[in-house]
Design a protein around this ligand. Structure first.
Ligand SMILES: [Zn+2]
Length: 223
């Protein structure tokens, strides 16, 4: 726990010093609370099985930038990002290297972790995340190491896409991405498509980003 705070504190110090000396920072990222925001209202009623979580890591530029430097299986992460980007139709998720921003400005850190058996990935610091802090996605080492086989690769991409869904602001639903209805496809080595209603839900957040970043001229460090 001590190390956790120390890490966060140093991350914040890096972020603050970067902000102080940078005049053109293209990311003003980090975890935002979506509570009380009125998303989805433009979706057709029959397209609303998506469940909004209370947070999103979509930044004010409408992208989600990750730092996956400690993940060996970078092809898994890149494929999961590409899976989302293809579904949404824009370059939504990318590495900080691709975005040409500082490592400390990534919205979400993706890292390997030893997780309890049966858990492929988790998102968030034990459920507690705050604005201006980087979100975190942990992918199980067992999941990542199994990606050397074709089926294992598809499973790892599916797991990572699921966790990215959480980081984007989605909670569990009945679908193949945020639920379990893709299990049969996965068992056959097929990556399930991201349901349209999940794409619509992310689209609603992107469309109403002003609700999250209301006064963009103010300091990014306000809480
Ligand atoms: Zn989940």
């Amino acid at each position: 726990m001590k190390k956790f705070w120390k890490t966060l504190l140093s991350a914040l110090i890096i972020a603050i010093s970067f902000g102080a000396f940078s005049t053109a920072n293209q990311v003003d990222a980090r975890v935002k609370f979506t509570r009380n925001a009125d998303f989805y209202k433009n979706e057709p009623e029959n397209a609303k099985p998506s469940v909004l979580s209370t947070i999103t890591t979509i930044n004010k530029n409408g992208t989600m930038i990750y730092d996956a430097d400690t993940v060996k299986q970078k092809d898994v992460i890149a494929a999961a990002a590409a899976h989302w980007n293809k579904a949404v139709g824009i370059n939504l998720i990318m590495s900080y290297q691709e975005a040409h921003v500082a490592k400390a400005d990534a919205d979400v850190v993706i890292e390997p972790a030893d997780l309890p058996a049966g858990i492929g990935g988790v998102t968030g610091y034990d459920g507690y995340v705050y604005e201006t802090w980087q979100n975190i996605i942990k992918i199980a080492n067992t999941t990542l190491n199994a990606a050397s086989s074709q089926k294992g690769f598809v499973q790892a991409v599916s797991t990572t896409s699921h966790e990215m869904g959480h980081a984007l602001g989605l909670n569990h639903d009945p679908g193949a991405l945020m639920g379990t209805s893709g299990a049969a496809e996965l068992a056959n080595g097929i990556l399930p498509a991201i349901p349209d209603y999940n794409v619509n839900a992310v689209g609603a957040i992107l469309k109403d980003l002003d609700q999250l970043y209301q006064d963009r001229s103010r300091s990014r460090f306000q809480t």
